[in-house]
Design a protein around this ligand. Structure first.
Ligand code: MOS
Length: 727
């Protein structure tokens, strides 16, 4: 009997092409006759373009053309509701008028025979502006009308609460900063457009380009087999994708456009900065009676970006009275977008810091406080939880982390100059699911090809889908190839929001189940098959061989079956359509951190971390660890290092590079461990997963902040927690 592929710690099936340079990322695809484009970004954040002098650029050897609003064609820019474009407002229309809406906005593009000539040309384009003073500071700028939620009477309950706390938390803007820059190659063949792009959603980019250019969706093909990290930045087709396609059409030649590291800061989205005002009331035993959340987040002046920052407050803890307001603040900046654990991670920093503050105020252990506030059902809508095992996350985490060694009093543990502290935080993320399809073909050699238009930005989609398909088809993983990243493949939702395995995995499972059943039915109806006349339900497939479940010797291989029936292939289309949710579905986690803080320098070092997750079934344990450890490392960044800094005088981002935008390096990453509660959630989807990629990130920053408090007795309510904040 072969081992099950699902649950086995498989190495990445695409590991070899990735480490040998064979994997082709967006800018790597060879395209005959390609020319190169470089964007000229605005040097003011608000105003109008009054003049563009391209003469010096055009004099550079190799420069072919400079395109701006002065000579660009008008584009259709049809509405595109099935996208991650925000619902409110309208996307940036590139080169359609003289308006400047943010610093770094593309105002021209230089096309040349080499990337160097294009870049040099771009540096020589002179743009004159009629500039106005920009507004880029979240604090003090008027907000849009709020999104609100309420149950009970939170204001009344706050007034009568025995214990009341009131805090304002602030989180910095974070940029995704994946290794691979965003890049696009665009080629027109008549009215058909082919694009090689860095994207988490080939179908989304296909639809957006069709809408922008006013052409049929199927006239656009988007190809993206490898993505070098994204964390959410590839969930929309950004203006540079349009620019590459527009330039290619103007030039009558394929165009390649690679954003510089600096341009990534204004050319794609980011996790918006937040101000999170939180009041909470409880009784003397720490039972929450009320919470009031007043939340402000930055958005652009032209689009209203909102994300799921309210959900956790409504359902993580039991509480009769709650009121929430969530206001976006339109600024002269480019539009934010989802970034790992979007909304939930920000909410967790505020809520889980506040719970730690309450625990300290009442002298209750932080885990015990959370246990006292566990809800019996989802109080936001009165539905039962499909699965919620947060209590077990606490129990396992406390045991494995050695929580009992934590002295209750802050600033009571030392190691030389270092103050030592332990902190923990809960995390919760919505279990998302969306319709998906997958095509399965089994050939006469007994080799399966499975395809879906999804992506692999790093979590290991190629590998985990191969595992699901192998088990469902009764094949070894070596006999299965999974392909993705082409809009001609069966459609899938965006590869983000921890929904890929839930959605695409379920479609793969369905397609493979269908194909296996086809083969079994063919065999049992075939007089020449050893399986003739056997009940289809009594036939299993193992290692590519169909056999009677209780009589493994009786059977035949897929190859024998297909050859005898003169079939070159079997084929099936799998699909997944989530039903109306009857239950409340979330993934949960508890994150534990131990930090050391140099009491004279304010330097924070994370010494060890542990995450314990209730994320449903784990398909691929080795890849799950990559996700969890990576999510925790990203959380260290958010907690201690990452901060996009804007100069509010001119709206310029001053640290738009990887030297000044700090991310964790190996020396910042301690002993990190992840544990997954064994189990599955059949309500969520047929394969029982709840999503892992986000929840692993969500409790990290508050766990570290709480550990810093425990180490030092200093409560830092702003991220990142820097040395200066601690001095
Ligand atoms: Mo993400 S924010 O799941 O791409």
């Amino acid at each position: 009997m072969s081992r099950q592929a699902v649950g086995a710690p498989l190495s990445r099936v695409d590991g070899r092409p990735k480490v040998t340079g064979q994997a082709k990322y967006a800018a790597d695809h060879p395209t005959n006759g390609v020319v190169h484009a470089a964007i000229v970004g605005s040097t003011v954040a608000r105003g109008r373009i009054t003049g563009i002098d391209a003469r010096a650029a055009l004099a550079v050897s190799g420069v072919l053309k400079v395109i701006s609003h002065r000579n660009a064609p008008k584009l259709a820019y049809r509405a595109n509701p099935s996208s991650n474009n925000p619902e409110g407002g309208e996307r940036l229309h590139v080169f359609q008028d003289d308006k400047v809406l943010f610093h770094g906005q593309p105002v021209a593009v230089v096309v040349a025979t080499t990337p160097e000539a294009a870049q040099h040309g771009a540096s020589l384009v002179e743009v004159r502006y009629d500039a106005e003073k920009p507004s880029t500071d979240l604090t003090g700028t008027p907000a849009n009308a709020p999104v609100t939620y309420a149950r009970g009477d939170a204001d009344q309950a706050m007034r009568s609460a025995a214990v009341r706390l009131e805090m304002t938390y602030r989180t910095a803007r974070n940029h995704h900063n994946a290794m691979e820059p965003h890049a696009t190659i665009a080629r027109w063949d008549g009215n058909r457009l082919t694009v090689w792009d860095k994207t988490q959603w080939v179908v989304g980019t296909q639809k957006e380009l069709a809408a922008v250019f006013g052409i049929e969706q199927h006239a656009v093909r988007v190809i993206s087999p490898f993505v070098g990290g994204a964390f959410g930045s590839g969930l929309r087709a950004w203006p540079h994708v349009t620019i590459a396609a527009l330039a290619a059409r103007e030039m009558g030649r394929p165009v390649k456009l690679v954003l510089t590291r600096k341009q990534l800061y204004s050319g794609t989205g980011y996790r918006p900065a937040y101000e999170y005002h939180l009041r909470l009331g409880s009784d003397r035993r720490g039972r929450l009676t009320a919470m009031v959340h007043d939340i402000k987040a930055e958005t652009s002046s032209y689009e209203n970006f909102e994300e799921g920052v309210l959900a956790a407050g409504q359902m993580l803890y039991s509480m009769p009275h709650i009121r929430q307001t969530y206001r976006t603040v339109p600024l002269d900046v480019n539009t934010p977008l989802y970034m790992r654990g979007p909304g939930h991670a920000t909410a967790a920093f505020a809520i889980e810091s506040a719970m730690d503050e309450l625990a300290h105020a009442l002298d209750i252990d932080p885990i015990e406080l959370r246990r006292r506030n566990e809800p019996a059902e989802d109080e936001s809508n009165g539905t039962p939880f499909s699965t919620r095992r947060l209590r077990e996350c606490y129990t396992v985490g406390a045991r494995e982390f050695g929580w009992d060694r934590r002295a209750p009093k802050p600033r009571s543990t030392r190691d030389g100059d270092w103050l030592i502290g332990m902190g923990m935080a809960a995390g919760v993320h919505t279990t998302r699911r969306n319709p998906a399809q997958a095509r399965v073909v089994l050939d006469a050699r007994g080799i399966a090809l499975v395809e879906a238009a999804t992506s692999d930005m790093g979590p290991g989609t190629y590998t985990s889908m191969t595992q699901v398909a192998a088990d469902a088809l009764g094949l070894t993983v070596r006999a299965v190839t999974f392909r993705l990243g082409d809009s001609t493949m069966p459609p899938t939702p965006a590869h983000g929001g921890s929904q890929t395995m839930a959605s695409v995995g379920s479609a793969v499972q369905d397609g493979c189940d269908k194909l296996r059943r086809q083969a079994i039915e063919l065999a049992v109806a075939d007089e020449r098959s050893p399986l003739h006349g056997v009940e289809a339900g009594d036939v299993a497939v193992t290692d590519g061989r169909l056999h009677v479940k209780h009589d493994p010797a009786r059977g035949e291989t897929y190859q024998q079956l297909l050859a005898r029936n003169n079939r070159t292939r079997l084929e099936a289309l799998g699909s997944f359509t989530p039903g109306e949710p009857r239950l409340s579905m979330y993934a949960y986690g508890a994150t534990f951190a131990e930090v050391a803080v140099d009491h004279r320098l304010g330097l924070v070092r994370v010494r060890r971390m542990l995450g314990v997750y209730d994320a449903g079934r784990i398909i691929s344990p080795k890849l799950a660890d990559s996700q969890a450890l990576g999510g925790m490392v990203g959380g260290i960044g958010t907690a201690l290092l990452e901060h996009t800094v804007t100069d509010h005088r001119d709206g310029r981002i001053v640290n738009a590079n990887l030297a000044d935008y700090l991310v964790p390096v190996n020396a910042d990453v301690p002993d990190v461990r992840a544990i997954y509660l064994d189990g599955e959630d059949r309500e969520a989807n047929p394969i029982g997963v709840k999503g892992l990629g986000e929840v692993v990130h969500i409790g990290v920053a508050p766990a570290i902040a709480n550990a810093v408090f425990h180490a030092t007795g200093r409560r830092i309510r702003g991220l990142p927690i820097t040395a200066e904040a601690l001095l």
